[in-house]
Design a protein around this ligand. Structure first.
Ligand SMILES: *Cc1c(COP(=O)(O)O)cnc(C)c1O
Length: 358
């Protein structure tokens, strides 16, 4: 009874928010940080039972057993995607089915029951629809969508949890580059690796990220934007830039590290490969040694947050390579404009990547 009336007054809050939000909120103040919204989505399942569609509820803390699998053994995955309010005024997702499939592959690796693609996409649509007054105006950023899948049931021995929680929260974020693209300076990490062959580097396992915080902080203290990780076996080939994928351009050919299981298969990475080929570029997926990359003409990294970040320089063991004059390269800018043009509906969606909010 009490929950019912809470829900009802909550619905009213949402409605009130919808009429007042757009005029009062300062969209220009948004950065890539958490601005809590009103509504989140949550559903649970036992390990051996199918997922059922969940429901929207007020954004807030969730109770959890101290013995939850995710708290004790890191049995958890995250996803990250964006909903855009485009130049036409409608709200679109960018390839959400790919996030659903990637989370399914991660669930398989971490022994969690995979969430069906239909439930995942429906959940993403519901939570964005409920908070749509928080989707920034076109050009002012996007709504970042953060799905989580975790072992929430109690377990003491190292084993899969008996039950699971799938939840999604959303937050508006500002454009990554305010006032134009800025090329970033990167440092190759000499003492740390992100992932090892046979490990979990190829899925968005939550446990993959905390070990990167120390190398990243140390690089930032030295004035670099992020670290580049080389492969753990030979310490020769570039794998990733922090939590973004790497590309370089040499004689108008694009090179990107091949997916060997230690690299996270970014949806932005895949989109750039398809887009570059469509525009007539050759794209090579293979080993990209640090030495090769440092002799390239341009380099950039990519992911949902920044889409494409031009790389201005790479420092490796005291040697520094500066690309061009430290300005974003021509191919980098061309691909950034093409991809963000599709996402903002100022360019034709030739690949059918946009998924409108119903
Ligand atoms: C999420 C992520 C990426 C980028 O993936 P997108 O699907 O393009 O956002 C790249 N590397 C790592 C390690 C990641 O976690």
């Amino acid at each position: 009874m009490q929950e019912q009336s809470l829900k009802a007054s909550f619905q009213w809050l949402i409605l009130l928010g919808r009429v007042s939000m757009d005029e009062s909120f300062d969209w220009d103040s948004l950065t890539f940080s958490l601005t809590p919204t009103e509504t989140m989505y949550l559903t649970t399942a036992k390990a051996d039972e199918p997922w059922m569609p969940g429901e929207l509820r007020p954004y807030g803390d969730i109770p959890m057993s101290p013995a939850a699998g995710v708290l004790n053994y890191g049995q958890g995955l995250f996803e990250g995607m964006k909903a855009y309010r485009t130049s036409t005024g409608r709200i679109v997702f960018f390839r959400p089915e790919e996030n659903a499939r990637r989370m399914q592959r991660g669930a398989d690796r971490l022994k969690m029951p995979p969430v069906p693609e239909s439930i995942f996409v429906d959940a993403v649509e519901q939570v964005v629809a409920a908070n749509q007054h928080w989707v920034p105006p076109s050009g002012k950023g996007a709504m970042y969508v953060r799905p989580l899948l975790m072992g929430s049931g109690p377990v003491l021995g190292v084993a899969p949890a008996p039950s699971y929680t799938f939840l999604i929260y959303v937050t508006p974020v500002g454009p990554y580059f305010k006032g134009g693209m800025v090329a970033i300076d990167l440092l190759i990490s000499e003492h740390h690796h992100r992932a090892a062959p046979g490990g979990s580097g190829g899925v968005k396992a939550i446990g993959n990220y905390a070990p990167g915080m120390k190398p990243s902080k140390e690089a930032k203290a030295q004035g670099y934007a992020e670290v580049i990780y080389l492969d753990a076996e030979t310490h020769t080939d570039i794998e990733e830039v922090g939590a973004a994928n790497f590309f370089c351009v040499k004689d108008n050919v694009l090179y990107t590290p091949e997916l060997t299981g230690t690299i996270l298969p970014g949806i932005t990475r895949d989109s750039i490969i398809q887009l570059a080929r469509h525009r007539g570029y050759e794209v090579v997926e293979g080993k990209v040694s640090a030495a090769f990359a440092m002799a390239a003409d341009e380099a950039f990294c990519c992911g949902t947050a920044a889409v494409i970040s031009p790389i201005g320089s790479i420092t490796h063991d005291g040697d520094k390579t500066v690309y061009g004059d430290g300005q974003p390269g021509a191919v980098t800018v061309e691909l950034y404009d093409a991809l963000t043009g599709i996402q903002n509906e100022t360019e034709e969606d030739v690949f059918g990547w946009l998924h409108p909010l119903p």
